[in-house]
Design a protein around this ligand. Sequence first.
Ligand SMILES: [Zn+2]
Length: 316
Amino acid sequence: MNKNYKVTVVMYHYVRDLNNSRFPNIKGLDLSLFIEQLNYLQKYYYIISMEHLISAIDNNDSLPYNSVLLTFDDAYIDHFTNVFPILFNRKIQGSFYVPASNIMDNLVLDVNKIHFILASVIDMKQLIRRTFKELNKYRNDYNLSSNEYYFEKLAIPSRMDNKEVVFFKRLLQKELPETLRRIITDNLFREFVDINESTFSKELYMTKEQITCMVKNGMHIGNHGFEHVWLDTLSEDKQKEEIAKGCNFLKEMGVDMNNWTMSYPYGAYDQSLINILKDKGCKLAFTANVEIADLNKNNRFELPRLDTNDLPKSSK
Ligand SMILES: [Zn+2]
């Protein structure tokens, strides 16, 4: 019989009852559709645990046909309140990737501020005009290019977002100098979302106690960096620090450090980072490359994933 070395790794972010949430426009998966998708996966796939995947890679073993592994990034409260009870009741393991700094220091990640600005804005054109105004304000101090230059360079529609949204995300996630990205994001967050950061952090993310509870109940918790930055843009020393702080957090949460794993924030990594992961005994790492993982083809530190939106959301 032919052996199978493929596994579909599904990536989830927000999973919530969108219509009854404070931000119905957040780009997330509605809870009812998550349940439908889980029904679908249980019907047509075999849901494996992280331990199963690690052992298959370590021993070069084959996997059950139609293997699937569920991953959840960014430590949203949704994962504890909505996802965990469902998985627990169905005896399914989920793998949850936690950027530690937001939970330890009650901060809101810039990437999330950007999501909630977008979810709070009614007129996207107004947000773009407002963003241009910010660029005008800081143009001289930061030696910025023209608004048109940035728009032309960055406003390219993606699989998930229209061109205005892509422009806004890319500008504030990567294009501008880091300090300025932070300043503009904070300005717009204050204006459009208008919630105290530490209060919002508690509304948005799981607590340490909730994470420990999931570990005790068989869920897999992994490293998602410390500050959720583009790790491929850091020096080797900074990369080491990010990984070590992430690992310290996992230890504190009671994670089995013989089987620790990684999900790269923004899917960004380089060879120096992979070497660090090897040194620290990391078992495997997930990118955001959109493919079904093939253990014969993909390096264990470059496993691709599908987005939940790439899979059906109905079991019929
Ligand atoms: Zn993330």
